[in-house]
Write a protein that binds this ligand. Structure first.
Ligand SMILES: [Zn+2]
Length: 335
C-alpha cells in the first residue's frame, strides 16, 4: 500500500484511514494515539486514547482523571491491532513516557517519531531506532547551526556560577514536563546535594517522576517564609512563564538562567534577559536528526513541526526522498 494512504495529514492531525485513528491530534477525535505528554501533542477531550502508561498518567495529572472517555496503555514493543493495522510504541528519549509510534499495514511500515532526542537522559528511556519505509521526523532544531553541547558541560557552568556568587540565587527556567526534571537530575549527577527549590507548577510532575524511580533528591517549595535571605545561594527551578511575574521578584539579586536548545542563539537569550543561557534540549540537534534518519534505513522522510526545508534539502542531497508534512498546531513546550 502507498505510504500516504496509510497515514496523511488532516486538520485534526495525522490520520490513518484503514486503522481509523489519529496520531497526536490537535482537535478532539474518536481514537487518538499519543506520543508523549507535552500539551501540544497530548490534548484532552478525545473519546479514546492509546498511549504508554506514563503518558496516560501524565495526562491525568495535567487534565484530571477524565481527560478521555476510555484509555488503553500500550506496552513498549507490543503490537496492537486496530482495524487490521498493526501499531506499536517504542522509546523516543524525549521525556518520561515518550514513544515513537510504528504503524504497519500490508507490508508498509511508517514510524512517527513524535519529538525525540539522542543525547543521554537519565529521566527517560533512550530512543530506539526502528527500521521502516517512511520515517516521520520532527525538525525543531533542523538547521546545521543547532548543535547541542553535552548537558553535563552546561550544568557545570550553572554550578560554577552558583559557587562564584554564593549570595545570589539562580533562577532556572525549564519546561514543567521533562526539562525541569532533567535539569534537577543532572544537578544530582554532578554531585549537588543541597535542596533544590521548585515553583508550584513543577510539584506534581516532579513527584510523579520520583514515584517512577527517577531520584531528584530533596525538592522544596520555592515559597518565602523567613524572608529573601532564605534563597541566598539557592538554585530555584520554575517554568519559563513564571519568570515574568511577581513570583520571580522574591529572590535575592537573582541570576536568570534558561535551559533550552534555543539558547544556542545568543540574540534570543539576550532578548529574553537571560544572563546564563544553558543549552539543554529535549529535541534532536542537526547531527542527531541526520544520523537518526540514516539509522532508520527509511527510503522516504516526512518532516514536521520545525524547520522543514533544510532537512528536506539534506535528504535530497543524500538521495533520500523527503517532503514537509505541514501539520499545524504544534508549538512544542519542551524545547
Ligand atoms: Zn515534546
Amino acid at each position: 500500500m502507498r505510504a500516504r494512504d496509510l497515514l496523511h495529514p488532516r486538520p485534526e492531525g495525522l490520520y490513518c484511514p484503514p486503522g481509523d485513528f489519529f496520531i497526536d491530534p490537535v482537535r478532539p477525535v474518536d481514537r487518538a494515539l499519543i506520543t508523549h505528554g507535552h500539551s501540544d501533542h497530548a490534548r484532552s477531550g478525545h473519546r479514546s486514547v492509546l498511549a504508554t502508561q506514563q503518558t496516560l498518567d501524565i495526562m491525568g495529572l495535567r487534565y484530571g482523571e477524565h481527560f478521555a472517555d476510555t484509555t488503553q496503555a500500550a506496552r513498549l514493543g507490543e503490537t496492537i491491532a486496530l482495524n487490521g493495522v498493526s501499531v506499536s510504541f517504542h522509546p523516543a528519549g524525549h521525556v518520561l513516557g515518550s514513544a515513537q509510534i510504528a504503524v504497519e499495514h500490508q507490508g508498509t511500515r511508517i514510524v512517527a517519531s513524535g519529538d525525540y532526542k539522542r543525547q543521554k537522559d537519565a529521566t527517560c528511556r533512550p530512543f530506539e531506532p526502528i527500521r521502516c519505509d517512511v520515517f516521520i521526523t520532527e525538525a525543531t532544531f533542523g538547521l546545521p547551526v543547532f548543535r547541542h553541547p553535552p548537558d553535563t558541560e552546561e550544568i557545570a557552568r550553572l554550578l560554577k556560577s552558583a559557587a562564584q556568587f554564593p549570595e545570589r540565587s539562580h533562577l532556572v527556567g525549564a519546561y514543567a514536563l521533562g526539562k525541569a526534571q532533567r535539569v534537577m537530575r543532572l544537578l544530582r549527577d554532578a554531585g549537588y546535594d543541597r535542596p533544590i527549590y521548585i515553583h508550584g507548577a513543577l510539584a506534581r510532575l516532579s513527584e510523579y517522576y520520583q514515584g517512577q524511580g527517577i531520584d531528584l533528591g530533596t525538592l522544596e517549595p520555592a515559597t518565602v517564609e523567613g524572608g529573601k535571605d532564605d534563597f541566598a545561594g539557592a538554585i530555584v527551578v520554575g517554568p519559563p512563564s513564571a519568570f515574568a511575574d511577581r513570583w520571580a521578584r522574591r529572590f535575592p539579586d537573582p541570576i536568570s538562567c534558561f535551559a533550552s536548545g534555543w539558547m544556542r542563539i545568543r540574540q534570543r537569550a539576550k532578548q529574553g534577559g537571560v544572563e546564563l543561557p544553558l543549552i539543554i534540549s529535549d529535541h534532536a540537534d542537526w547531527d542527531e536528526l541526520t544520523g537518526t534518519i540514516k539509522e532508520t534505513g527509511a527510503e522516504e522522510i516526512w518532516v514536521t513541526h520545525g524547520r522543514e526545508e533544510a532537512l528536506v534539502r539534506w535528504c535530497e542531497l543524500e538521495g533520500i526522498a523527503a517532503r514537509p508534512l505541514h501539520l499545524v498546531g504544534y508549538e512544542d513546550e519542551g524545547d
